[in-house]
Design a protein around this ligand. Sequence first.
Ligand code: NDP
Length: 456
Amino acid sequence: MKELQQENKECLTVLKPVLDAVIKRNPNEPEFHQAVTEVLETLEPVAEKHPEWVAAGIFDRIVEPERQIIFRVPWVDDKGKVQVNRGFRVQFNSAIGPYKGGIRLHPSVNISIMKFLGFEQIFKNSLTGLPIGGGKGGSDFDPKGKSDGEVMRFCQSFMTELAKHIGADTDVPAGDIGTGAREIGYMFGQYKRLRNEFTGVLTGKGLEWGGSLARTQATGYGLCYFMEAAMNDHGDSFKGKTVVVSGSGNVATYAVEKATQLGAKVVAMSDSGGYVYDAEGIDLKAIKEIKEVKRARISEYVNYRPNAVYTPGCKGIWTIKCDVALPCATQNEIDGESAQILIDNGCRIVGEGANMPSTPEAIAIFQSNGALFGPAKAANAGGVATSALEMSQNSMRYSWTFDEVDNKLHDIMVNIYKNISKAAADYGMKGNLVAGANIAGFEKVAKAMYAQGIAY
Ligand code: NDP
């Protein structure tokens, strides 16, 4: 990956000093370097077209978070022992609206991962067309294997500090890996108690207390709406396709549901332990029971479907023959080798449900083989878009029906596809949705930053 980043750096001219400064100023942050490299590489023609943005330092400023908060999260486990985790909130860019981005609870969380996610979020949020800035947060706390009481005490401690930095008009966090409805509930309860106010400070809330219908489904459904629009544009669709979806969390589950509704057959899903292959098509009811009700491992799937096969280890899922691959687990889960296997097996359609699931080598392989490649910032923007719809409903003290939200989500995803295709074509890179997403997302934020002066 290092070699590829070096190569990319070499194709930069106007923006090379910006990337050099990011790498120098943020040592030991490989994921952040990777995300910035990918974006700057595609923004070179934008910098050439807009010398006024270069002169105003827009590129230098957009790669530096407005604020980074790192804090101690002490809590007491069920044995009475004090545990200490580290909490993060990266408030990356507020040019077009309050910071918005999820909270990730996973042992791998560190500042590099927070910054890569917060940086990506700026452009993704911009692409939704809604007024939301970019941010991200989380902790190295692992909710897996913890009791409800332990998760609650952690969430309350986490929010005790976070509450000082967020607010319905300032920064509105949401869920991400490890943060589902239970965690959002505990965090919201603590915020309300500390502030004595009932506001839409978090999204992904329960339906009884300010949540939006269709938020749970939004990222997975949105991914399929986006990919369906992209396929339709090429005279194709999900109908009759064989699909592989990695992960079995929130995004993966609803991607499988919508892809199936659109006529595809999903034959494999995974978790961090391994993957299941079910030639007859994944039984999503079984997956939901294993993951959402029992909070168990996907290996249990074979107890529900004896003809299915479980294989330990995650990477092998990409060796399964498919027409469409939807990586919905985590960053860098498809490397160059896996991408090549997918291509060799005839897969020509890839939609990123997770954030940055494909390494730069993998993206290069997909693109050089003419695959239809939907990058995360565009393809998985449905979650945050629906979070913004939740914010609107909270502000209005009103709730839309499931269909109203779902229709808006559908329109947003189709528009994102149209806008990024157009941006790619306008800059002479027709069909390059990676470039299109970066350019369309960036231009809106750049205009806002330019208008607001150097203080931002
Ligand atoms: P969940 O925690 O609900 O699910 C994550 C899934 O990915 C689980 O099946 C998990 O398995 C698996 N996974 C996690 N880490 C690894 C790993 N290192 N290797 C293999 N599998 C792994 O998270 P979400 O579904 O919410 O998020 C998935 C991805 O989508 C993330 O990249 C997230 O940032 C992104 N995303 C999420 C949005 C949302 O609305 N939720 C919005 C936009 C993007 P296990 O249970 O074993 O850990």
